[in-house]
Design a protein around this ligand. Sequence first.
Ligand SMILES: Nc1nc2c(c(=O)[nH]1)N[C@H]1C(S)=C(S)[C@@H](COP(=O)(O)O)O[C@H]1N2
Ligand SMILES: [Mo]
Length: 309
Amino acid sequence: MHMIRRRAWEIPERLVTPEHLVVKRRSLLAGAAAMTILPSLLPGGAARADVPVNQAFQPGRPLTEEKYATTYNNYYEFNDSKSVWQEAQALKQRPWSIKLDGMMAKPRTIDIDDLLKQVSLEERIYRHRCVEAWAMTVPWTGFPLSRLLKIAEPLGSAKYIVFQTAQDKVMSGLSAPFYPFPYIEGVTIDEAANDLAFISTGLYGKPMPPQNGGPIRLTLPWKYGFKSAKAIVKISFTDKQPDTFWEAIAPSEYGFWANVNPAVSHPRWSQATERLLGSDERVPTQLFNGYAPQVAGLYSDRKNEKLFM
Ligand SMILES: Nc1nc2c(c(=O)[nH]1)N[C@H]1C(S)=C(S)[C@@H](COP(=O)(O)O)O[C@H]1N2
Ligand SMILES: [Mo]
């Protein structure tokens, strides 16, 4: 049978698989090959609208229910209340372009859909750990940040990649005093090249909801959540460590590295445990959010830096 594979964001909402089928399909595939192309499960034999699930990333925890992950959000451009999802619907997701600049041979602006034509999407289930000690486990659709590095072609002398979030008139929090918008985040080129570093354009098999950072955001699961900038409009390459949003606000509380570590307390609270969204269960926090085997090597030469705050 000829099967048409559509990309997640091209799917009309009515064709998206209901959540209970997605979960069932995942457990069916649990023992299958590392990357699996999914068969049709839609009624009427319609082509499945999905991307391959990368089975290399097993979260070891139940998925957070979608309704919690999409209604409890940090997005200070809107407000600081966690209840931004309704207001965020006003952020237009298309047209959307991303400016690439700084230390690169060909600075340019790319349309998001032109970028997405150059990548293969996959789904990965990652744990997410906010510095405030809540956590979730969700399926992201996207592509490795290393792929974006290849497309952008920074100069060999660039040491950092910097992400900047949109500033749109529908974001009512932008006028709040005190916060140094735009939201800027960055990592080293070595961190960006690590296979865990991900650019996400979807969540739960659907286009990324605006409140979760649609249409395109960063996903760095071994770092506290604030490193994962939402609604990216600019990506720059530089040889200087960038002044990041939260570090500028409170350097002793939210450092540049911000790697998860249960043994290093935030100045105002312990990081030893985390609260799972939905169940409110408290579970132990893990070093690098449980991703130490993949990322600890990135830091072997940086023992004297404040890697964990
Ligand atoms: N632009 C922008 N990106 C952001 C934030 C923000 O306020 N603005 N909050 C960060 C924080 S603190 C966390 S925990 C995650 C939350 O992502 P989620 O709402 O998808 O759970 O987004 C991060 N990215
Ligand atoms: Mo966070």
